[in-house]
Ligand binder design. Sequence first.
Ligand SMILES: Nc1nc2c(ncn2[C@@H]2O[C@H](COP(=O)(O)OP(=O)(O)OP(=O)(O)O)[C@@H](O)[C@H]2O)c(=O)[nH]1
Ligand SMILES: [Mg+2]
Length: 349
Amino acid sequence: MDIRAIVRRVTSETSPVRLVEEDSLRVTVVGVGGAGCNMLSRVEVLTGGALDTLAINVDEQHLRRTAARRKILISAGRRGGTGGRVDVGEAAAYRAISAIRESLEDADVVFVLCGLGGGTGTGASPVVASAAREMGSIVFSIVTMPFSHEGRRVDIALQNLPRLVDASSATVVIENERLMGHVPHLPFTRAFDVINYLVAEMISGLVDTITRPSMINIDLSDLRELLLSAGGLASILFAEEDSADPRKIVMEALNNPLISVDFSRARGALIHLSTGSDIPISTVYSIVRAIREQLMENAYITLGARIVPGMEGRVRMLCILSGIPLDLFLAAHRERRERPAEVDLEFVE
Ligand SMILES: Nc1nc2c(ncn2[C@@H]2O[C@H](COP(=O)(O)OP(=O)(O)OP(=O)(O)O)[C@@H](O)[C@H]2O)c(=O)[nH]1
Ligand SMILES: [Mg+2]
């Protein structure tokens, strides 16, 4: 979207709010496998049950513990779950495909959550994403990559990520390892909980962005446009800063990516700002320009903004960078995986 068009739109509107009816957009959040269901429980709690949530797992006990509005138990067709086998997870989803399709029938936007690396989530999530997409939904998959010390699970994740990217409109990848760089001393289970919380926040922010009326709205057709011209692999950036220094906001966001990939190859961005009513349009312009500078030339940029009472002097930004080449990401990961552990050696004569 061209910034001049936005300025025209904002300045020419008698009422700056283009209303989206509160319930006009149907969003379903689906958790697949153990990690996916844990993330989903967080979404359910964080949003106070306001979103339509669906849990899918072969693990019945885990499914019982999951907080979700609806649940589908899929069968691995053998005792003891998938045993970490992706083909078994995939077959389990196909066995339940009519129940899965039925439960996603009316959704405009479907979020598919999964921790890549196990059998259920890795195998079943592309089946869920394809089903939703075939029925016309926009599908955002949000997945985590295993920690490097999880060994074989990393290979499983790398091998299967392309299937999920193909099946989804956009796939946001979060590297557990990058996130933990920010909180290195947490025990394993607490670390997962931090990730689950972050994913829940991300979804609630995104849903908020596309469903609640804003000063400049992002709606379904904006999303479709963005994903048509720049779908594929995506990353999400957040920042909150003083509105006096727009470049600082963008730098803060870019310095905290949850994925290690070169953003200069991203082909699109969805930027959403929450800010006070005192924000000058020049600040908005500077933020968009600073993001644009980081991306491919002619990148597709969609902007949304909301005035939040009490946020005078501050800007909170949520930015989805999409259209990142998958092969770049995979190559960087494979290389890291094959590289022997680095050791600092000093030779003394
Ligand atoms: N974000 C997050 N990641 C998790 C959590 N638990 C495990 N993981 C990650 O997700 C990967 C997959 O684990 P699970 O989700 O338990 O596996 P699954 O999809 O249920 O598959 P199987 O149990 O093998 O059938 C692991 O390798 C971890 O990297 C969690 O609670 N949250
Ligand atoms: Mg499991």
